[in-house]
Design a protein around this ligand. Structure first.
Ligand SMILES: Cc1ncc(C[n+]2csc(CCOP(=O)(O)OP(=O)(O)O)c2C)c(N)n1
Ligand SMILES: [Mg+2]
Length: 193
């Protein structure tokens, strides 16, 4: 079933619902507006905002999940980012990090740079994740389903892939102002047991 525009959330609304369910999990956010919105909604030391480099949030999350198997690692990604770093889906499928939850906010555009369409409207990223070997894969768009599935994933063994179809609305949010070196330092401290 295809989502109707009316029931779709904005990415910020969907993000807020997820952030309210999170506690001490590490969170890696992809570049562009997803990072800006997460920073505005819930700035915390366990957040790593990938400023600038596109397509690499999931590989950072994978590395951390493998290095710290006791810690749950959540990645907030975008459809354009996933398409750019698609090889990472295979690496995650092959290495099976049990503690990784890969969330993709799929607005079917490169929203940050002016809404150029991506191929996620024809190429189903959740199907690719399933084929690659992610254990739990869900596609959602309504608020209650977003909450239900993310809760399930927080409690289950991964790797998990939550594709959230969102509309193109962008939250008015400033750039992340934290210096990358400072952010890396504080993140390392925050996620090291
Ligand atoms: C290698 C590279 N190419 C292009 C860009 C410019 N750029 C920054 S964010 C972005 C779009 C990201 O798309 P998506 O992951 O779907 O997130 P959205 O912008 O839709 O929130 C682009 C093209 C970049 N930062 N790096
Ligand atoms: Mg997008």
């Amino acid at each position: 079933m295809q989502p109707e525009e009316g029931v779709m959330q904005s990415r910020a609304q969907a993000m807020k619902a997820l952030l309210e369910l999170m506690s001490d999990q590490a969170l890696i956010i992809c570049n562009g507006f997803p990072s800006r919105e997460a920073h505005k909604l819930c700035e915390r030391e366990q957040n790593f905002y990938m400023i600038g480099s596109m397509g690499v949030a999931a590989s950072i999350g994978l590395g951390l999940a493998l290095a710290q198997p006791q810690k749950t690692v959540v990645v907030f990604d975008g459809d354009g980012n996933v398409l750019m770093g698609m090889g990472t889906l295979a690496t995650i499928g092959a290495l099976q990090p049990r503690n990784l939850i890969h969330v993709v906010f799929d607005n079917e555009v490169y929203g940050t740079t002016g809404n150029q369409p991506t191929y996620s409207r024809v190429v189903k990223l959740d199907h690719i994740a399933k084929s690659a070997g992610y254990v739990n894969v869900e596609r959602v768009w309504e608020r209650e389903d977003i909450i239900y599935e993310f809760k399930e994933m927080l409690g289950n063994t991964g790797p998990s892939f939550l594709l959230i179809k969102v509309n193109e609305q962008i939250e008015d949010a400033d750039r992340v102002s934290i210096e990358p070196a400072d952010m890396t330092k504080r993140f390392k401290t925050a996620v090291t047991p």
